[in-house]
Design a protein around this ligand. Structure first.
Ligand SMILES: NC(=O)c1ccc[n+]([C@@H]2O[C@H](COP(=O)([O-])OP(=O)(O)OC[C@H]3O[C@@H](n4cnc5c(N)ncnc54)[C@H](OP(=O)(O)O)[C@@H]3O)[C@@H](O)[C@H]2O)c1
Length: 302
């Protein structure tokens, strides 16, 4: 059945790919855009989550909402001001959106809201399923508040799914695009000890997982959006080097990456998060890119 799906953050890395995937699957996409990014004459719904304004009536009767917006976590040093923007652009926008949806005469049936594997913090070799407790650190705090912020919609009876997303792999942007040039120059390698786990997902599987969450009535609450085979940082570097046909032995020591990126390095690059997609698998989601090497070869056409 074709759905009408409102999407926030549709100009972003995930949102752009998702809008295309939803369109190809025959669904109608209603972009929810901030004033600054709204193309003139577009049929998009305008909102300003900072000022608490939204064309709410135009969301009435949509079947579902996918909420992806938020200040970039990976771009820019984590100053106190940046951390404040990361937190408030997620928590305040989610409370505002969830409250808006809860007040609609005909609220959507489902709200699929982004969260991140940062929820679990740095946990060594532990396998992290959705029922695992949250960890410590800035991102874990943000993710807990971000997930809790959907409460107004859940109280209204909207089925809410929190997508605890791992590192999204696409050559179009994000982590993989950043790593491509040093690896192509033969300057790639593990970061820090290299034993830290990294949970990843291909962009196509993430879009598929969102579609799965939209249409699987039994799914609610946290869902790990990660491939079934997380890798260590060293394994990631070795695999990317092999796929590109380049050496990948140059280790970036932890102190250097910390010096370069500060707290962000500790939480994004040196943290160990070994999440597995227990709920996606239990509800029959079939991964197109279950293993890293195949995913990288397909994404990079190698
Ligand atoms: N990419 C990853 O590896 C990854 C991993 C885990 C979790 N996630 C989460 O998944 C979501 C989508 O990720 P993404 O990679 O597509 O992010 P992205 O490329 O940075 O896009 C996020 C979108 O959010 C909106 N936005 C940007 N700054 C904002 C601000 N200060 N306040 C409110 N909205 C703002 C923008 O859309 P508009 O201008 O159209 O509003 C932007 O296109 C994010 O919440 C991210 O934290 C991503």
């Amino acid at each position: 059945m074709a759905l009408s799906v409102a999407v926030t953050g549709s100009t972003g890395l995930v949102g752009g790919a998702l809008a295309l995937a939803l369109g190809s699957a025959g669904h109608r996409v209603v972009r929810v855009v901030r004033g600054a990014t709204a193309p003139a004459g577009d049929s998009a719904v305008r909102w300003d989550p900072d000022f608490g304004t939204i064309e709410a009536s135009r969301l009435d009767g949509v079947d579902a909402v996918v909420h992806l917006s938020g200040e970039s976590i990976a771009r820019g040093r984590w100053t106190e001001a940046k951390k404040q923007r990361i937190r408030s652009s997620r928590v305040r926008s989610t409370i505002f959106l969830a409250d808006t949806l809860a007040r609609l005469p005909r609220p959507p049936r489902a709200l699929v809201a982004a969260s991140a594997t940062g929820y679990y913090g740095s946990r060594g070799d532990q396998l992290l399923r959705e029922e695992s407790v949250s960890g410590t650190g800035f991102l874990a705090d943000v993710c807990r508040e971000w997930e809790a912020a959907t409460a107004p919609a859940a109280h209204r009876g909207v089925r809410v799914v929190h997508l605890r997303t791992g590192v999204v792999l696409t050559p179009a942007g994000g982590a993989l695009r950043t790593l491509l040039w040093p690896f192509r120059l033969g300057l790639g390698g593990p970061v820090g000890p290299g034993t830290q786990w990294m949970s990843w997902i291909s962009i196509d599987d993430l879009c598929g997982a969102i579609l799965h969450a939209l249409t699987t009535e039994s799914l609610a609450g946290p869902v790990n959006a990660v491939a079934p085979a997380p890798v260590t940082n060293r394994e990631f570097a070795t695999t990317l080097g092999r796929v590109l046909g380049r050496p990948a032995f140059l280790r970036l020591p932890a102190f250097a990456v910390h010096l370069l990126l500060g707290e962000m390095a500790d939480e994004l690059l040196l943290a160990s998060t070994r999440a597995v997609p227990a709920r996606l698998e239990a509800t029959g989601f079939a991964f197109g890119d279950p293993a890293l090497e195949g995913a990288l070869r397909r994404l990079l056409s190698r």
